[in-house]
Design a protein around this ligand. Structure first.
Ligand SMILES: Cc1ncc(COP(=O)(O)OP(=O)(O)O)c(N)n1
Ligand SMILES: Cc1nc(C(=O)O)sc1CCOP(=O)(O)O
Ligand SMILES: [Mg+2]
Length: 583
């Protein structure tokens, strides 16, 4: 991984860094009188002078216009409204981690990865790396206040998060500014001690946090040691203990409390975080990711929550998404080696750059391939006295656009051999061949993909095994299953049974309405299956399908070619009608 260290003065908006030691910039002052800010790498000072207000250079620029509006609002001492810019503006008030894994640095990386415009107020400068914390330099409260004024008085904030607040005075300063600017969305990550055991806050900080900051807080995110510290050293050893702690912390003022369970040593494979919002307790579970790359997880989670809140999500939905984000980030970072100490950071770029399984990392799947989807069946072929190869040949002759080999009674060796003979027919014609259930067979035969159901190997695992370029189809019955499959890297969904079918008698019927809900929930193509034939396939196109998947209507009849042609004609006609209806 390329590592970069830049020595520079910090700029509280994080939009750019001071790169010139004699940088002069005019910034509007809240009271309406412009201020000339002079900064170099050793000092930063403010000169109040009577100079002409600066004319905005890009009057048409929306952001600039919004900034000006924010200035007008704040110059009458009111906080900027959350919707004055289209960007979710997120501010972290925290300590700097020179190692880049936690603190301000992790916060800004997270805000970027989650789609926020990250800004920063530095409360403390720490010298830190993978081995621990070597030094802490507290930023004077006047400078913390000045940074807050710079950001809140000009750019505006949709959500603010706090991290390391090293002294009681820092907590008081931040709380006072939150009240002054009327900041209504506040995430408090009560950073007290570093993972390596170094104290990051003076001992009186917990008491002042409770008295001053928690009453202003929207979501409080303590881990178990932090929750214990805020509750007079209470033992928290189980999920019921966490629930009680969340309720007791809620009584101190936050609208919601998320007690994180990562430190619970109960041997469970799942990590459960517990949230209490004054009405109900919610559990958020995710797999425990086995990795040393955990430095900065608390900062990252709280920043993700802040960015999601800034985007208008409810606290519960913001936490749910942020938990999924951190779990995925931990997985994707688990192999990264940085530094010689015990604690390695995560690499947030892993959530931005293409990853196997992301739609962006794969070549787009052509939904037109699904128009006439022929799914083989050994019983149909036996009944009609045809070999698998002959049956597929006829289906393709008639117009089948994709073939799935659903050979349930065949062993692996024969299955691979059969798949290779089908490839000989299909590949020259550009017809994709998929294997039902068996990822090993698909890999060995080199076919185009796999179709799996809810009881088969999980889609995300299939994607990890097949890589970004193979086609993966997943069977779903509900919108929830559909969204999950899409997120896990499916290219298309098979949804049914739309009508009763004796080919898979145990498949419950979802009907056309069930199919419509699935189609509406996702933006990957859906193919209908279960009792589908040339006479009813058009109905499934009307509710949003890209095609029909058929077993008996193609392979259980005298002429698979004629049957496939009738299906393809019906689908194409229905697609044209759907197109003209919508235009
Ligand atoms: C296109 C398509 N859709 C659904 C299925 C069913 O898959 P699954 O639920 O795994 O059931 P089996 O086919 O394995 O019995 C499918 N095969 N193809
Ligand atoms: C393989 C399969 N999957 C289904 C599902 O509901 O997911 S129904 C089904 C059988 C479809 O066979 P026919 O076209 O003969 O009805
Ligand atoms: Mg299956």
């Amino acid at each position: 991984m390329p590592c970069m260290l830049q020595l520079t003065a910090s700029e509280s908006t994080a939009g750019k860094v001071f790169s010139d030691t004699r940088l002069h910039r005019r910034v509007p002052q809240r009271a309406g009188r412009p201020t000339l800010l002079c900064s170099n790498k050793r000092s930063c000072f403010r000169l109040n002078r009577s100079i002409m207000p600066v004319r905005p250079r890009c009057a048409q620029d929306k952001l600039s216009a919004n900034k000006r509006q924010a200035v007008e609002i704040t110059s009458s001492s009111t906080a900027k409204g959350a919707s004055t810019t289209a960007l979710p503006m997120v501010l972290t008030v925290a300590g700097s981690d020179s190692g880049g894994g936690a603190g301000i640095q992790a916060d800004l990386k997270t805000m970027l990865a989650c789609g926020g415009f990250g800004m920063s107020v530095v409360t403390s400068v720490t010298a830190q790396n993978s081995q621990g914390v070597q030094g802490v330099h507290v930023v004077p409260c006047e400078m913390v206040a000045q940074q807050l004024d710079s950001v809140l008085g000009d750019l505006g904030v949709d959500c603010l998060k706090t991290g390391m607040l090293p002294t009681p005075e820092t907590v008081r300063t931040v709380s006072q500014k939150l009240r002054q600017y009327g900041i209504s969305k506040v995430v408090v990550d009560p950073v007290l001690v570093s993972t390596s055991g170094c104290s990051l806050a003076e001992s009186e900080v917990a008491a002042v946090l409770k008295a001053e900051l928690l009453p202003l807080c929207t979501v409080l995110t303590p881990n178990l040691p932090e929750a214990a510290a805020l509750l007079e050293g209470r033992d928290i050893r189980s999920v019921p203990d966490m629930e009680q702690a969340a309720k007791d912390l809620h009584a101190l003022g936050p609208a919601a409390v998320l007690v994180k369970g990562g430190h619970l040593s109960d041997g469970a494979e799942e990590v459960v975080d517990v949230m209490y919002d004054g009405e109900r307790v919610t559990h958020f579970s995710g797999p425990r990711v086995c990795t040393s790359n955990t430095h900065g997880t608390g900062c990252t989670l709280s920043s993700a929550i802040a960015t999601n809140l800034a985007q208008g999500l409810s606290p519960k939905e913001a936490v749910r998404r942020s938990k999924a984000f951190i779990t995925e980030l931990l997985k994707r970072s688990s192999q990264i080696t940085v530094g010689s100490g015990p604690q390695w950071p995560m690499h947030h770029a892993k959530m931005v750059e293409p990853h196997p399984g992301d739609a962006a990392a794969r070549s787009p799947f052509d939904a037109a391939s699904l128009r006439c989807y022929a799914v083989t069946d050994p019983n149909c072929n036996a009944k009609c006295g045809r070999s698998l190869r002959k049956a597929v040949e006829l289906a393709i002759q008639g117009g089948a656009t994709i073939v799935q080999l659903r050979e349930k009674n065949i062993d692996g060796v024969d299955f691979v051999a059969a798949a290779r003979t089908i490839l000989e027919i299909a590949r020259p014609l550009g017809i994709p061949v998929l294997i039902n259930d068996r990822v090993d067979v698909a890999l060995a035969a080199g076919v185009d993909g796999v179709h799996v159901g809810q009881e088969d190997i999980a889609c995300a695992d299939v994607r990890a095994m097949l890589g970004p370029d193979k086609i993966i189809g997943v069977s779903v019955k509900t919108p929830e299953e559909a969204v999950k499959a899409m997120q896990d890297g499916a290219d298309y969904l098979g949804s049914g049974a739309v009508y009763p079918t004796s080919t898979k008698a145990d498949s419950s019927v979802i009907g056309l309405e069930g199919l419509r809900h699935v189609c509406e929930a996702v933006d990957i193509p859906v193919v209908s299956i279960g009792g589908v034939n040339a006479s009813n396939v058009a109905e499934t196109i009307k509710v949003g399908c890209a095609g029909g998947a058929l077993v008996s209507a193609i392979f259980g009849v005298d002429s698979p070619a004629t049957a496939a042609k009738a299906v393809l004609d019906a689908v194409d006609k229905a697609l044209v009608e759907r197109q003209s209806d919508s235009s």
